[in-house]
Design a binder for this molecule. Sequence first.
Ligand SMILES: [Mg+2]
Length: 217
Amino acid sequence: MAALGNMLDTAVSALDPVTVMMSALSKPTLLVDIDDTIAYWTYAMAQRMMVNTQDPPLTSASQNNLGDEWDTLLIGDKVTIISAMVADPQAVFGLRTLREIGFPIVIWSDRGLLLQDYTAAWARVWGLTYDRLQTGDYGWKRTQFDQFGPSNPAILIDDKEDLCAAFKGPGRNAILRRWPWTNTNACPDVRAVDSWVEIVRALPGVVAPDLELQEAT
Ligand SMILES: [Mg+2]
C-alpha cells in the first residue's frame, strides 16, 4: 500500500500550480517497463522451462503457457525466474545517461506487488538507475495512466503493444520495444524500436550520446 500511496501523493502534488509549471518546464517522466524492455524476460522463461531433472517443476498448471499466466505462478517460481534474468547492458547505460541529462525515471512493472523488494534488489545487482521503482499486480500500470498528461507529461517505454496504444494521448507518448514476435499492427501510431540505442535517440531533446562508442571502451 505504501507504493500506491506514493503514486497518489504524486498525483495530488501535480495539482499544485508551481508543480504544474515546473513539470511543464522539465523533461517528461520516463515510465520504463522491466520485463522484455530492460531485461531479457522471455529468455529467462525459456531457460526455466527447459527440461532439467535437477530443477523442481514449476508449481502451477500454467507452466505450458506462462506468457499470460504469470500471476498464477507461486512466488518462489517468480523469484527463480527473475533471478535468472539478465539486464540489457544498453538499457543500463541508457538509463544512467538519460537520468544524468534530466529525465525523471520511473521503473515499473506489473509482475506483482509482492515482488517490489526483490525487484529493487535485482535492479541494484544490475546497476539500474532510476528515481522510483514500483511493482504492482497485473493490470496495475493502466490504473496509473490518468495522472500523466499535459501538466505532467510522460513517455511510456514498454514491449506491450496494447499498453503503448492505450497510453498515447495529450502529454503522453510511447515507444514500443520491439521483438521478433511483436505485433506492431496492434499499435500503428506508436514508434517501434529494436534497441536501447534507438530508444535514447527517439527521445525529445536528446543529443544522441554515442552509446556504441561508450560500450566499446
Ligand atoms: Mg514487459
